[in-house]
Each structure stands twice: as C-alpha cells, then as structure tokens.
Design a protein around this ligand. Structure first.
Ligand code: AMP
Ligand code: ZN
Length: 487
C-alpha cells in the first residue's frame, strides 16, 4: 500500500514518498517552554510520533527535528510586548535560563512517558539567533521586509500566495482576528521578524542586530532551524491545527521569499486536531491544566493516555474525559494480559519484517496487510486498534501469528505491550454503579451552583462530601473533572 496523507497544502489526501534517498526529513513545531506541557500539547507530539512510526513501518529512515522555543513567543499576537518565557521567569522568580531548562526537561520526561521516539535534534531558538539575523537580512535585501519603531516586519503584500495554506482571506478573516495596533505596520497580516526593544526597555533576553537590540520573531525561528538541520527544502512539517492559520502561513511566506526559487518550501503540511476539555479549547496560559503527571497521580498510566489518543483519528477533535481515559486504560490492560499469555514478542519494526515473520501463516499475513492498509490510510489508528483487537479475539490466528500481529501493532501504535505488566495499568478503583454516578453528578452540579453563587462554605462542604464518596475533583478552566481516589 502507498502511504496516503492529508496535506493541508491543497487540502487533499496525497500519496507520500520522500523526495530524496530513503530518508524522510520531518520537522515538528516544538513547545514553548514557559510551563508544563498540558495533555493537549502532548497530543500534537503523539500525532507526530504516529506519523514517524508509520514512515518507519514503510521502511524509510526518518530524520526528525523538534525545536524548543525558549525565546520569541510573545504573549500578544502582534508580537509586541512580553515574551512568554520572560513573564514566566518574573512570575516564578527564576532566571529565563532556569525556566527554559526546567520546562524543557519536563517536556522530555513527558515524551518519554508517552513512549514518543526522541527527535534527532532539539534545537533551542536562543542558540540560533545569529542565523535568524542573517536570514532576516536576506529578506531585507530582497525587499520583503521593512523597519518600523517596534522592529523589522515581513511585508505580506509582496507575497502573492500569502495565506494559501490556511486558505486565509487576507483582506478579511485574518485581519478581523488580529486587532492589535502596531504603529507603522502596513498591513495587519505583516508580522515581526525582529522585535526591537522599546525606548528605555531592556529585555531579559536580548541580542544586538541591524535593527537594534531585541529578540527574534517566533515564526522566524522555525524556518531557520528547520533549514539548518533538514536542508532548504524538506518533506514534512507538522504542528497543531492552530498553526495552520498563522504560524505556518508566516513560516511559508518568509521561507519562500528567502529561497526565491519558485518551489514550494515544504511538500507536506500535516496538522493535528485539538484535544478538547469540555467544550473549550485548552490553553496553557488559561490557568491550571491537566498534565501527564496529574493523570498519573490520579492512578492512570501515561500510556493509557496514549491509548486514549490512538482511539481517535488525528484530524478529528477529541473530547477528553476521565471516563474515556479509564476505558482506554481498561483496553490497554486487556491487551497486556493477552500479550503476557503469548510470551515473548518478536522484534518487528517494518511491514517487510512483519510479513517475513508471518510468511508461512497466510492468515497472519492477511492481518498484517490490514494493519498496513489502516495506517496507510492517513494514519487511521482507530482502525489499527480494531484490527488488532479483532485478530486476538476468537483466536483466529495461530499463537505465532498473534505474536507477530501484536508486535507489529505495538510498533505502529507506540505501545510496547510486552514491556508492561498488567499491574501497571490496574484501574484506579472499582467502577461506579449507575446510581453512584447519578449521586456524584448531582453533588458536582450543586457544588458548581454554590460556586457560581460564591457560597464557598457550601462548595467546600460539597467537595468534602464527594471526597467521602471517594471522588477527587480537579477544577479546570472548563469546569471540574473527577476521578476515584486511589486508596
Ligand atoms: P505551545 O507550547 O503553546 O507552542 O504549543 C505546542 C503545541 O501544542 C503546538 O503544536 C500546538 O498546536 C499544540 N496544542 C496546543 N493546544 C492543544 C490542544 N488543546 N490540543 C492539541 N494540540 C494543542
Ligand atoms: Zn514552528
């Protein structure tokens, strides 16, 4: 099967092959390291990892870059004002370096917990500012940039294709969404390449440039660091769907202006949909948010969260619920038990290896081909899971066949079934009966009403009552979520 992927550039499913050799060059927009990654952020990297595993499954090598944004991501969209890292440093009374270091390490720990393959390079933006300045100078030389008091700006009117990735209506939609005023900016779509210090301002992170002391713009860093590691043109660029409208639009505009060779800069753009917590979009800046660590505290294995994500297609929004997570953990538990009964799994990484191992077992080969079909159809992980579960049910396959199919699915899904023990994924507590559930729902609704009425004493009393029932509440920006307490 040919690997088929939905390319945001053109908005259609296309056949994928690497442009050169057998090596796929892959860049994923990385985290801004000003706080812990929430489980929504981690959906973006789990999706990139699924893509990487599918590419490996096809027998290609992959060179993967995930950048670390340790400077440049401003709070305001117009890129004026404070840098998120600087604000976090002030809030936590630490240096910007300490903040970046701490949250970068936490990010790596999250990736590890979710069994996400480490990238080959994790360039930090602060280490490439010189290269960003050189890049921006070329844009100035080519007439794509202009200087105003707040810095150097990219002139989007010079790019006739501007916005095509996001299908942005340059005259309307995007302008409407971005209301910040920047004195001297010629169009609201123009964006900062260099953010100059305001008179009297001295930033915590600052570099000298032809446009004065300041810091680079956020979009610039991804263009510069991706080209640095993957070459001027490369195969695939990924990110969350929020990047399709702005960040990636701007990356493309400046990169194609810089290259000036009339070719598309990157061939495939893949975007992962958001994880929803309640109805609202999760944002790291909107207060306390759910982290993998928090899920662990509540008795869940990190890979139960990965299993939860795999149950949805990456291009579909997914609503996070504790019940859904508990169900995913239960599925994982069943698969681990099953695997334990099968004994040692063979080592399988690619379709070819899986077919070779299954060679004298035509039923197993057929299942391997179904797995391949599913992952090749724009990374249909729910289908991969279904194929795996069906093939283990009713023992339609020989034990050897089951081992090969389980190992192959584990490789594609990033679930190391035989490295886990059933005890790792025991339920946090017994499931509630339906009547218990109704009582809990009622108490939570009453507590929400008390909170709305600012009757904190009653809200606390209701929380205590829930706690006696073995229910732990976590308040999130979009409302409370609850789980059973473990002891
Ligand atoms: P940031 O650290 O804010 O730069 O975001 C890191 C990545 O997380 C980006 O690729 C975002 O698109 C992605 N992202 C942010 N919120 C969510 C969410 N709720 N669900 C899925 N991805 C998200
Ligand atoms: Zn980026």
């Amino acid at each position: 099967m040919t690997l088929r992927l939905y390319n945001s550039l053109g908005r259609r499913i296309e056949d994928f092959e690497p442009a050169t050799d057998n090596v796929v060059k892959l860049y994923s927009c990385g985290p801004t390291v000003y706080s812990f990654a929430h489980i929504g952020n981690l959906r973006a990297y789990t999706f990139a990892d699924t893509l990487r595993r599918a590419l490996l499954w096809k027998g290609w090598q992959v060179e993967h870059v995930i950048n670390i944004t340790d400077v440049g991501h401003a709070v305001a969209e117009a890129e004026l004002g404070d840098d998120k890292i600087e604000l976090a440093a002030a809030r936590e009374r630490r240096s910007v370096e300490e903040i970046a270091e701490m949250y970068t390490e936490a990010f790596f720990a999250d990736l590890d917990a979710l069994n996400i393959l480490p990238a080959h390079h994790y360039p930090r933006a602060t280490q490439y500012v010189d290269a960003m300045i050189v890049f921006a100078e070329r844009l100035v030389d080519r007439g794509f940039a202009y200087e105003i008091p707040s810095g150097l700006y990219f002139d989007t009117s010079k790019d006739p294709g501007y916005g095509r990735l996001g299908l942005v209506d340059v005259g309307g939609q995007l302008e409407g969404a971005r209301v910040e005023q920047v004195p001297g900016r010629r169009a609201k779509t123009d964006f900062a390449l260099w953010r100059a210090e305001a008179p009297g301002q001295i930033r915590a992170m600052r570099w000298n440039s032809p446009w004065g002391w300041g810091a680079p713009g956020w979009h610039l860093e991804c263009s510069v660091m991706s080209m640095k590691f993957l070459g001027e043109h490369f195969d695939i660029h990924t990110g969350g769907v929020d990047h399709r409208q702005l960040h990636h639009v701007n990356e493309i505009a400046q990169s194609e202006a810089y290259l000036g060779d009339g070719r598309p800069w990157v061939r495939f753009w893949l975007h992962g949909e958001f994880l929803q917590l309640g109805a609202a979009k999760m944002a790291k800046s909107a207060g306390p948010v759910l982290t993998v660590q928090e899920l662990q505290k509540q008795g869940f294995h990190p890979l139960a969260y990965r299993m939860f994500l795999l149950g949805g297609h990456y291009r579909a929004q997914l609503e996070f619920t504790m019940d859904g997570l508990a169900a995913a953990q239960a599925t994982l538990r069943r698969l681990i038990r099953r695997t334990a009964a099968l004994g040692r799994l063979p080592s399988v990484g690619t379709l070819e290896e899986a077919r070779a191992l299954a060679s004298d077992d035509s039923a197993a080969v057929a299942v391997i081909d179904q797995l391949d079909q599913a992952i090749s159809a724009d990374l249909n992980t729910p289908r991969v899971l279904a194929v795996l579960q069906e093939s283990l049910r009713d023992a339609v396959l020989s034990e050897h066949g089951q081992r090969v199919v389980t190992a192959a699915s584990g490789a594609v899904l990033g679930l190391p079934f035989d490295r886990l023990e059933p005890a790792d994924v025991e339920p946090a507590a017994e499931q509630f009966s339906q009547s218990d559930q109704a009582i809990v729902d009622k108490l939570i609704a009453e507590r929400e009403a008390a909170r709305t009425a600012r009757d904190w004493a009653r809200a606390d009393a209701l929380r205590a009552e829930l706690s006696e029932l073995g229910v732990q509440l976590t308040d999130t920006p979009t409302g409370p979520v609850w789980s059973r307490t473990t002891s």
